[in-house]
Design a protein around this ligand. Structure first.
Ligand code: HEC
Length: 279
């Protein structure tokens, strides 16, 4: 058992050291993600509904022009533990989407308005089309991006404290990346079709700065600065990647509580059973 733990520990340290982000962190100018704080960090953390709703608006108005979110369904927007829009709102959002369905009786594919049960419609029909429209770079589907980019890019600090108290690093990376375009490239260098962004491990990214401030108008009156929108959309994408987080955390707490009570009971039972036995 000890051996197993040891090899697991070694494997995870090696894995973190050899990740492309860690390797890239040695490249000059790279900045590890900022430690933004989010409401869903820590073992009691939950999503901030208003923030998820704002983040959804940013995704819909800005990011969805290039990025899909194919693992989320329109009905999820109205489910507990998420942005919790009303069913009517989610239905209206689904209706705006053009879903390819079919084949019909003639064997032809056709389009129809989206329904609650449909997955978010991607902006491009396939990866090739997406690449062709973005100068050869593929805008990744964002359904799992906060998980794919978790683990505090760059410096390997205490993974334990980070994941327990400071969050996984995924949403922090996304928020940092979106705010990172304000940095100037060293020596005023320019590259065709690429933007300088020190939070991107390769430093030069094919995504043009998506946010410039006031890209959306928040219904709750929050000021739509670049940083605010970046944090909101990062929170929304965290929910997209882990829609059942709140359920998982509350079940975990109940299980721990149950185990604690059960241990005390077992101890008392053991005392009672062995009370008259001399040893
Ligand atoms: C004009 C199209 C476009 C828009 C709009 C856009 N992106 Fe991107 N995005 C891209 C492209 C292209 C890439 C791939 C970049 C690369 O590989 O160099 C990318 C990459 C990314 C990545 C992955 C970076 C990595 O570590 O690999 C994230 C995260 C991301 N975009 C988030 C967003 C968010 C959030 C928004 C909305 C605020 C957004 N994007 C809006 C085109 C876009």
């Amino acid at each position: 058992m000890k051996k197993l733990f040891k090899s697991l520990a070694i494997a995870s340290i090696l894995g973190a050291l050899m990740s492309p982000q860690a390797l890239a962190s040695s490249s000059e100018g790279y900045i590890p993600a900022k430690n933004y704080s989010f409401s869903f960090e820590g073992i009691f953390g939950t999503y901030d509904r208003a923030q998820l709703q704002r983040g959804f608006l940013v995704y819909k108005e800005v990011c969805s022009a290039c990025h899909g979110l194919k693992r989320v369904r329109y009905r999820n927007l109205a489910e507990p533990g998420g942005p919790e829009l009303t069913k009517a709102q989610a239905k209206a959002i689904a209706k705006e989407a053009e879903v390819t369905d079919g084949p019909n009786e003639e064997g032809e594919m056709f389009t129809r308005p989206g329904q609650l049960s449909d997955a978010f419609v991607s902006p491009y029909p396939n990866d090739e089309a997406a690449k062709a429209a973005n100068g050869g770079a593929l805008p990744p589907d964002l359904s799992l991006i906060t998980k794919a980019r978790s683990g505090w890019h760059g410096t390997l600090k205490s993974l334990f404290t980070y994941s327990l108290f400071n969050g996984s690093g995924g949403p922090e990376y996304v928020a940092s990346l979106l705010t990172g375009y304000s940095h100037e490239a060293p020596n005023g260098e320019e590259k065709d079709g690429l933007s300088y962004n020190p939070y991107f491990p390769a430093l030069w990214i094919a995504m043009p700065a998506p946010l410039s401030g006031d890209d959306v108008e928040y219904a709750d009156g929050t000021k739509a600065t670049v940083e605010q929108q970046a944090k909101d959309v990062a929170a929304f994408l965290t929910w997209a990647a882990e829609p059942k987080m709140e359920e998982r955390k509350s079940l975990g707490l109940i299980v721990m509580l149950y185990l604690a009570v059960f241990s005390i009971l077992l101890y008392l039972v053991k005392k009672a059973i062995w009370a008259n036995v001399k040893h």
